[in-house]
Design a protein around this ligand. Structure first.
Ligand SMILES: [Zn+2]
Length: 704
């Protein structure tokens, strides 16, 4: 089967793969999993020293499996070529399941050394398979054989998937071109790693230390965290504003000190762009040149054309059309938002013109003024464990899932808990939950796949995890989270239930292995159940009184839902548009990314008051791997499906309408990549998707 390609959804890293020598002993990490539920990962026995031999052994085993396929003297058939290909690589994937857990949640200096040695090897290994001429010849023979018509629909889709992926990787190229592609991929693997470490350097090295008299406006919880961050860095008595989004965003929202806001803003948006040895511009220029050169060898017009070919959008033009459809409304909304903010500033006698470092600050004042919504008040009703129960309950209503915590499954950290998922009493899979922040765990929230559902030879069940970075409270005290964090929990759980709902035969087509601009649809739509009265009345309970969240507060949340959409949409769209423009250049030559960004933004009329959400030298989605390169548009594309699909529930009997839920399960949640997503969606909705649903959802005008 194909290798697990991502480090988890909502993250960007691509797995690439490298050759090696066979070990005598079978490494623990590649061995068949033992224990309950058809075997579980041996997380409690992992040693960092095991990773290198395990991955090397896994790669060697995989190459031996491929050799056995190509050594077959019989003419190629589905059964002697595609089927064994699907069975191959399982040992490597078992090792990689643990490798990714360590890479994303248990990283150490020792592990990072192993990682930087293994990543180029994995890249080379992947090319060794993609460029195997004998293997490709057999895949091509099956693809072109008239007998293909007698295969099942799922088998035909699998053959098509393998064939197109091999062609796209350059399996048809001359030996000289293949060698050049492999050389490019090796160089890119290093450039991607450099990009990430430069960014990390600038995030860790620029810390602003404040004195007690510079904290005006900042909420108590933020001040406490800033004090702890200063102490951690041996600046006792000071307050550390670190150069990360989770520090910058609240600081700019609440700090009354305009000069400091400007300083924090500039430092944050200059990450990777400081003209020193950690500057990312030269690396980006080389990445773009190498991508373009490789694209040309592979026979595509531009990198974007190749990247989007197998997505639902199909072409970069279609993706650009959607972005540009929303763009003018987002920019117009920014104009209105800035006018509201300027009015408040004027009324305060601030004597300023709203600048980029004022946006969040005055937006917060407008929010209080217009919607009277206090985020802190909402938080009192949002207990982490109650919300987990809420997610379980909603998925039970929609998909029939039941959850029971189990303690007979090994975990890699004491904070991790595991639940068995069943439906009608039958085992469906396992869900791991790793909620708390710790050193060595990357920021953000994501879902990770340890094992995909399939039934090629026997029934194999899903194992998935959800990961987040909540601050662990005092034992016995509930952890309170924000409304945004609650939405994110439902989002990641949506990825998990997409995996758990999978009901397919072949592992490569399983669960979340769908087009990049479709995969966020099951997760985004799951967010919608958070705000249903059924969930709020049962689970959004005050942590002290146990009272459900008052309707009045819920109404305020709903009214404020489209608030500040000018800002949020514009900062996102600008990044998505610049990503696309970079990757639609056929010949970037000696491109200056900084100048290109400026010109691209001027061309689309970017408002002065907003920067790109990810400026080019910080745009890890597109430059620390190929994960979201020419693909940042995907979030919006998936939102079109999300908004339109949720309207299907509202047009029926509401969010828990069983018939609509069943259609969603039948055509989206359970089918993985066994059918074309556009077709699956049409079967669900009875028509093609409607982009106006997205416009309504964001509170933008729609011409019907
Ligand atoms: Zn996601």
């Amino acid at each position: 089967m194909k290798l697990f390609r991502t480090a988890g959804l909502c993250s960007a890293a691509l797995i690439a793969l490298a050759a090696c020598t066979m070990q005598e002993e079978t490494n623990l990490l590649v061995r068949e999993w033992t224990g309950p539920f058809g075997g579980v990962p041996p997380f409690d026995q992992v040693e960092v020293d095991d990773f290198k031999p395990a991955l090397e052994q896994g790669m060697a085993l995989n190459l031996a499996e491929i050799d056995a396929i190509t050594d077959n003297a019989e003419p190629a058939t589905f059964e002697n070529t595609i089927a064994p290909l699907e069975r191959s690589g399982k040992a490597l994937n078992r090792a990689i399941a643990s490798y990714w857990v360590w890479a994303s949640t248990m990283s150490t200096d020792e592990f990072r050394e192993v990682e930087s040695e293994l990543e180029p090897k994995l890249a080379a290994f992947q090319d060794q398979i993609n460029q195997n001429a004998d293997l490709f010849a057999r895949i091509e023979a099956v693809y072109e054989s008239p007998e293909k018509d007698q295969l099942t629909t799922e088998q035909q889709r699998l053959v098509w998937d393998y064939y197109t992926d091999f062609v796209r990787a350059g399996a048809n190229l001359s030996e000289a071109d293949k060698a050049r592609v492999a050389e490019i991929n090796l160089r890119l693997a290093t450039l991607y790693t450099d990009f990430s470490s430069n960014l990390l350097h600038d995030e860790e090295s620029y810390v602003l230390y404040l004195n007690e008299d510079q904290l005006s406006g900042l909420p108590e919880s933020f001040v406490e965290a800033a004090a702890a961050a200063a102490t951690e860095r041996e600046y006792d008595g000071k307050y550390a504003i670190t150069n990360t989004r989770s520090s910058m965003d609240p600081f700019l929202t609440y700090s009354d000190e305009r000069d400091l806001r400007e300083q924090v803003w500039r430092t944050y948006y200059n990450r990777g762009d400081n003209g020193d040895e950690y500057d990312n511009n030269a690396g980006i220029s080389e990445i773009l040149q190498l991508r373009a050169e490789r694209t040309k060898l592979q026979g595509y017009e531009t990198f974007a054309h190749r990247a989007i070919e197998k997505q639902v959008a199909g072409t970069p033009e279609a993706a650009m059309d959607l972005l540009m459809k929303v763009w003018p409304f987002a920019v117009a909304r920014v104009g209105e938002e800035v006018a509201d903010m300027q009015a408040i500033a004027n009324a305060e006698g601030a004597d300023i013109t709203i600048a980029a470092w004022d946006y969040r600050y005055y937006a917060e004042k407008v929010r209080k003024d217009k919607y009277d919504l206090d985020a802190n008040e909402v938080k009192q009703y949002l207990q982490l464990e109650k919300l987990r129960e809420a997610m379980f309950w909603a998925s039970g209503q929609l998909y029939g899932f039941e959850f029971e915590q189990v303690d007979n499954v090994p975990v890699y950290h004491p904070d991790v808990r595991v639940w068995e998922v069943t439906r009608d009493g039958a085992h469906v899979g396992l869900w791991y939950f790793d909620p708390y922040a710790r050193t060595g765990k990357r920021s953000g929230a994501w879902m990770n796949d340890y094992r995909a559902q399939e039934r090629m030879d026997s029934e194999v069940t899903t194992i998935v995890s959800n990961n987040s970075n909540f601050v662990k409270g005092t034992p016995g005290e509930p952890v309170l989270i924000s409304w945004d964090d609650a939405e994110t929990m439902f989002h990641e759980f949506g990825h998990a239930i997409h995996g758990l709902n999978s009901d397919v035969t072949y592992p490569s087509l399983s669960g979340t292995n769908v087009a990049r601009d479709y995969v966020e649809f099951p997760s985004q739509i799951n967010e919608r159940w958070l705000s249903t009265p059924e969930v709020l009345n049962q689970f959004a309970l005050h942590h002290e009184t146990g009272e459900p969240i008052p309707q009045e507060l819920v109404d305020k949340i709903k009214q404020a839902a489209t608030f500040n959409q000018g800002f949020a949409t514009t900062e996102y769209l600008a990044s998505a548009l610049v990503d696309m423009k970079f990757h639609m250049i056929a010949d970037p030559g000696d491109i200056d990314p900084d100048a290109f960004e400026r010109e691209a933004l001027a061309e689309i009329g970017m408002p002065d008051e907003i920067p790109m959400r990810h400026r080019t030298p910080q745009f890890a989605h597109i430059f620390s791997s190929e994960g979201y390169a020419a693909g940042y548009y995907s979030y919006l594309w998936a939102e079109v499906f999300t908004a339109d699909a949720f309207e299907a529930f509202l047009e029926a009997d509401g969010p828990y309408d069983p018939e609509v839920a069943k259609r969603l399960y039948d055509n989206v949640m359970s089918v993985g990549n066994t059918i074309d997503p556009a077709e699956g969606y049409r079967n669900f909705r009875g028509r093609d998707f409607d982009t106006n649903a997205l416009m309504r959802d964001r509170g933008f005008p729609v011409d019907e």
